[in-house]
Design a protein around this ligand. Structure first.
Ligand SMILES: Nc1nc2c(ncn2[C@@H]2O[C@H](COP(=O)(O)OP(=O)(O)OP(=O)(O)O)[C@@H](O)[C@H]2O)c(=O)[nH]1
Ligand SMILES: [Zn+2]
Length: 214
């Protein structure tokens, strides 16, 4: 069985329900199982899964799931291990407005937005800029909560780079709040995760928030 290797994986929140552990292979996409479930789902909403328009749908959804949830067994923090050394550089780095889409774990509906990551390297220990965006995308490829996504990115930065500080901000629109339920289109959820010097130093945090446009 594949076991997720990221340290901050919140096992406690994943243990609800009967017989889960024996049935689960974290991060493995079992396409036949998804196809069977989609067929059941179509029956559940009163559709005929064999009508021509829907005949290919279970396969399509299974392939879409590979794109949306694929790679969840890998640690997205691994991207940050591509590092460079600029001795003495302890200046703020900001990668702003990284677009992402993720799936809300409560409704399995997308939430879509932008993530911004700001950090201050410790003695010039920096990572490739694209690796920060890859890390965001990696954590987004799971059933998620926006708050958890935000913290996981910040914690991966701390773990892999040991920076002086990290601030992650995410702004997203949750379709579970727009196309159903409360139906509040346009409502934006903003979350932040603050680590290290940004936690202690209000002036530095203010500068970071300004650069992040938050
Ligand atoms: N904190 C947080 N809540 C989320 C996120 N995504 C969805 N939710 C919320 O999860 C909650 C689930 O509430 P429930 O009462 O169990 O579900 P529900 O009956 O479908 O709730 P409504 O959406 O209010 O109709 C809702 O308030 C959602 O808005 C997220 O990323 N973070
Ligand atoms: Zn939701």
């Amino acid at each position: 069985m594949d076991v997720r290797d990221d340290e901050d994986y919140d096992e406690a929140s994943q243990t609800e329900g009967p017989g889960r552990v024996s049935e689960l292979s974290y991060g493995a996409i079992d396409k036949p199982r998804i196809e069977a479930a989609v067929r059941e789902f179509l029956l559940g909403i009163g559709e005929d899964p064999d009508r021509p328009g829907l005949a290919g749908t279970p396969d399509r959804v299974a392939r879409a799931c590979e794109e949306i949830f694929g790679g969840t067994q890998e640690d997205p923090g691994r991207y940050l291990r591509k590092q460079f050394h600029e001795p003495g550089n302890e200046e703020m780095v900001v990668v702003r407005d990284i677009p992402f889409s993720s799936m809300c774990e409560h409704h399995l509906l997308p939430f879509i937005g932008k993530a911004s990551v700001c950090y201050i390297p410790r003695d010039g220990r920096i990572t490739g800029l694209s690796k920060i965006a890859r890390c965001v995308t990696g954590y987004a490829h799971r059933p998620q909560l926006q708050e958890r996504l935000t913290s996981q990115i910040a914690d991966a930065m701390v773990r892999e780079l040991d920076p002086l500080g990290v601030l992650v901000g995410i702004q997203a629109e949750h379709t579970c709040m727009t196309i159903r339920g409360v139906r509040a289109p346009g409502a934006q959820t903003v979350t932040s995760a603050v680590r290290g010097v940004f936690k202690r130093d209000i002036k530095t945090r203010g500068e970071a928030l300004r650069l992040l446009g938050l």
